[in-house]
Design a protein around this ligand. Structure first.
Ligand code: ADP
Length: 321
């Protein structure tokens, strides 16, 4: 039975073979499994935390391939649907010289966004402790409503709710509406993780403490900001702080944030309650582990292939103690 239910997009990433380029300047592209919540599910599974993935792919070779990839990662795909009419979503990805990602989605319509609340089977929550989701699946209906319904039911059933806004400007027509929808989801969440490059758009400030206070004011108990090579920042009622990252020989940063998220959730669900983790000492340990997951993922190409096992993370932390 899955301890963590991950909800959202599972899609094909077509990743630029050339590094430090924008999408327009990219040449060839390599096919890779993608979708942030699916990466998190695979990351948890590698760390031996049972995870399931809820979403939708198309009835096409890409959808079948993605299902097989997750199955091989020991992710429970019992609640992964197949659209009878929409194709599996594609996303072209390039990482520019300034670390920013250039992403272009092909969803006309995309099977991931066609998942509706009528497709949900709440048996998916049996035995689970945490529901994790992101912002990409909020950008279109009916998936937006399906995610809100799933998060509300998860809360009613006393699961923790975790959210990564994963801001992708090109997916949203109206950015003010986007902020409104993302914040509606924040209000349903216990844990919110944001990347530093999204922070100002998301919170309206460059100041971490000020933005985190705004987020906690609407409900979440724990706010985490990832800072690339610098590590991560935490903010909860008992205090705030920064936990340094590990030195890394970077091959590519794809999936680093999702691997970090998997490390974070793996550590949080290992405790009987979230309260047990909400103090600076414990969060220092939790984020050290999550930073190690992120750093290890930067050392190999791709997202899912670069996700570490628990043994690899422990060994890596041992070398750097
Ligand atoms: P995202 O991939 O969502 O943009 P970040 O780039 O902030 O997120 O990376 C997520 C986490 O991965 C960081 O908090 C850090 O732990 C780790 N990480 C990312 N880049 C590096 C790096 N160059 N060196 C070491 N650790 C890194």
């Amino acid at each position: 039975m899955a301890e963590v239910v991950c909800f959202g997009e599972l899609l094909v990433d077509l990743v630029s073979e050339a590094k430090d380029v924008s999408l327009g300047d990219a040449g060839g592209f390599l096919k890779a499994p993608g979708g942030a919540p699916a990466n998190v599910a695979a990351g948890l599974s590698r760390l031996d935390t049972p995870a399931s993935f809820v979403g939708q792919v198309g009835n096409d070779p890409f959808g079948r391939w993605l299902r097989d990839v997750l199955r091989q990662e020991r992710v429970d795909v019992s609640y992964l649907g197949q659209s009878p009419h929409a194709r599996t979503t594609l996303a072209f990805v390039a990482t520019r010289g300034d670390r920013r990602k250039d992403v272009c989605f092909y969803r006309n319509p995309g099977a991931d966004a066609e998942l509706s609340s009528a497709d949900l089977d709440f048996a998916m929550f049996e035995g689970a402790r945490l529901f994790h989701c992101g912002g990409v699946s909020l950008s279109q209906s009916p998936c937006r409503e399906a995610q809100m319904v799933a998060a509300r039911v998860a809360k009613e059933r006393s699961l923790l709710v975790s959210f990564d806004p994963n801001w992708r400007p090109s997916l949203w027509g109206d950015h003010d509406e986007a902020r409104w929808v993302l914040w509606e989801m924040v209000a349903l969440s216990d844990i919110v993780k944001v990347a530093d490059e999204e922070w100002e758009f998301f919170t309206g400030t460059t100041d971490l403490a000020e933005g985190a206070t705004k987020i906690r004011a609407v409900g979440p108990q724990l706010v985490i900001v990832t800072l690339g090579a610098q590590g991560a920042y935490f903010n909860c009622v008992a205090g705030q702080g920064t936990v340094e990252g590990f030195p890394s020989q970077v091959v590519d940063t794809l999936g680093a944030g999702d691997s970090f998220m998997a490390g974070l959730l793996h550590q949080l669900v290992a405790q009987p309650t979230l309260q047990n983790s909400l103090n600076p000492t414990q969060l220092g340990k939790v984020l050290r582990f999550a930073n190690a997951c992120g750093a290890l993922t930067t050392q190999k190409a791709g997202a899912i292939p670069a996700l570490p096992t628990r043994d690899e993370v422990c060994q890596f932390m041992g070398h750097h103690s």
